[in-house]
Design a protein around this ligand. Structure first.
Ligand code: SAH
Length: 252
């Protein structure tokens, strides 16, 4: 297959680039161009500071169609609700530890997984990166290797490099995922809500610090990566516990 024929001539990749609260519209335009150069077309903007803007359009080159079609949403949850694999991108170690991918592995994994459900690559704010709250919603994180003394890339250049890894992986034989699909983000969040409610119902949560136990449990489930089937089983367990405690189980 010729170098330039993929992934553009094959089925479009179901991989979206999610930019969280981008401050500089020029970065949005440059990210759109980086995506189109690499054959990706799904741009989602979470609460951008300044968009649409002339600056974004002037930096997009011939990728203005991506800006026209960009989906603007208020929260990260909305951006990834229907996604399976969700990857956080970060220039540094985070207090929340997620399984780490190299940039190459991220490209391969994203291409393999997008056959099952949309994949999201999530990019942070120019100054603050991703907040812990954002990271908690992701399955894995990717660090682009760089000079340890200055590993922070410009946002759109980080987008460029990861889109290139996706492009390379797509050009290679498309691997068929052998593992079970990631559950959809919205289903996971519903499970966490149900878990919180059930733990409250059975008197497990310390009312003074309800969030702490839940955060640890979220970390456990992130590591365990339950399948959609296992999530249904777990929700059954929660409902039974709620029923045994004499509580209404409609919360989930
Ligand atoms: N001061 C912020 C840097 C944000 S740079 C911080 O410490 O997190 C803006 C965004 O570009 C980051 O949130 C991330 O999405 C991406 N980025 C920059 N450098 C990166 C790198 N080396 N690896 C992966 N993503 C990177």
């Amino acid at each position: 297959m010729s170098l330039n024929s993929l992934p553009l001539n094959s089925k479009p990749l179901n991989i979206r680039i999610v930019l969280v609260q981008t401050w500089h519209p020029g970065n949005i335009g440059a990210a759109a161009r980086a995506m189109k150069n690499m054959g990706l077309d799904q741009l989602v903007l979470v609460d951008p500071v300044d968009f649409p803007s002339d600056e974004a359009y002037s930096r997009a080159g011939q990728a203005t169609d991506l800006l026209d079609n960009a989906r603007v949403v208020a929260t990260l949850d909305e951006a990834i609700a229907d996604c399976g694999l969700v990857v956080a991108t970060s220039a540094r170690e985070r207090s929340i530890r997620l399984p780490a991918f190299s940039a190459e592995a991220c490209g391969r994994e994203a291409v393999a997984r997008q056959a099952q459900a949309p994949v999201a690559l999530v990019f942070g704010r120019e100054r603050m990166g991703l907040h812990n709250d954002d990271i908690q919603r992701c399955h894995a994180q990717v660090n682009i290797d760089a000079n340890p003394e200055y590993p922070v890339l410009n946002l759109s250049q980080a987008v460029q490099l990861l889109c290139y890894e996706v492009f390379k992986a797509a050009r290679a034989e498309r691997p068929t995922p052998v593992e079970e699909a990631y559950p959809l983000h919205a289903d996971l969040e519903r499970f966490y809500d149900h878990l919180g409610q059930a733990l409250d119902d059975i008197g497990f949560l310390n009312p003074a610090h309800p969030g702490q136990a839940l955060e640890h449990l979220r970390a456990l489930f992130r590591r365990a990566r339950p399948t959609a089937k296992e999530l249904r089983l777990l929700r059954g367990v929660l409902s039974a516990a709620q029923q045994a405690a004499g509580k209404d189980q409609s919360a989930g």
